[in-house]
Design a protein around this ligand. Sequence first.
Ligand code: ZN
Length: 485
Amino acid sequence: MKKRILLCAMIGVVLLSVVAATLIVLHFRADCEVDLTTADFDLLMQQTSDPADTLWTQDVTDVSIGNYLDSTEESTTTEPTTTIMPTGRQFCVISAPFADTWSGLASDDTFTPMCTTLVQGTVDYITGQSRVYDEEEKEWRDFYLLASGRKVLIEAVQLLSPDYNYGDNSIQIVSSETNNGNQIIRFKSAWNAPYTFEFSGQNYYEKNGKHYFVNAFTADKIQFTFYHTTKAEGSVNIGSNAIVTNAYWTVDTANKTASLTMPLRVVGQYYGYTMQREADGTLVLTLKKKPGGIAGARIMLDPGHGGKDPGALGFGGAVAESQVNFALAVATKQALERRGATVYFTRTDDVYLPLEDRKLIARQANPDVFISIHCNAAENKSRYGTSTYYFRPMSQPLASAVYQNVLAVYQTSLYAGDAERRAKVGENANFHPFSVTRLEECPSILIETGYVTNDRECTLLLSADNRARIGEGIAAGVAAYLNAG
Ligand SMILES: [Zn+2]
């Protein structure tokens, strides 16, 4: 139903813009990069990701906080625009290693858990162009609207030459196996059509104007849908796989979609997937097995902000959130290691790291769990409290466990003697589409440990003893999550 509404909205935009389109098309074509030829496309497909970066080595103990001077922020006020592409199909290929996708509505910056990340080499055709204000990055960003019903950043794709004009796609499972408990499925298709990943049996509810809060992770099926596709064949060898019970294709020839549906063996037990495309175009899907508990688990910690991006500022600019985050991450690392986990960092120094790079580092390290560590900020300096954030429903149980354990630290220790603060310090585990929580490879959450803009809470966070307590809380939450079930 959503797809139909979206389609109607897009058709509406097309009709309204039909007069303006011709003029804008000329502008658009002038802005295009050189189209990708067949040889360029082959070269792109042969690229492989850089080997693991040294950024996430584990020898991290240095901690320094304080004396950060504020930096001025620039903002632009460009108005949003929507451009509709000319007749004919202009195909494009995802050229970034991974490309986030946004809502298919032209002037909407929202994400839904159905906005699947597309892997390099994926091809779709463009139905329009739009400029949308990105609330998290605080900047205007330019998008292509894709025929599969979502938006993608212009810089994440390259246009293909007009030689590429694909017809209906067909897809086939060429092999499948269970390897070390993970289910691996290999697909070959006529061309690299786009896909989405969805859960079935998952209820969402609305809160604070956001539509994808969940009370629990209740999915009983997972489904990969391939677009522009009218034929699908091949079956999955389930074998000793503990993740799904079977797999079956459903082809909708009217909408030209082919869906591979896989019922979960245990409701709510699902831990992410990785998608890779090999040089010959083979798409390799790996469903990840349940991690075996905290001992031996691989945890990636992401100290928020850094370098030219200090994050929120406390005490009139004397304290940078980035430095507090790093110190909290070190405390958390020590608490996790005491429980037998192996810990990786996205950054081990006070450097600026774009959000996309943080996710790329996570995808290379392929951890069991990803946690981004932040401090909160508010205009109202009296506001205090701790909260966690999930985006995909699979991450909600982790967000909830970490939240409960950090809340307990505040209530039984940091604010033990203050009844009012004890009562109000909890700001819950919430849905929010933070960029780093949009990973699909593993449960990923963001924690706001406390408010650096609240003098009393910031003072608490500046104490190494208190950071150790909060680190213990985070680690206890991760352990409770991984050891459950
Ligand atoms: Zn932050």
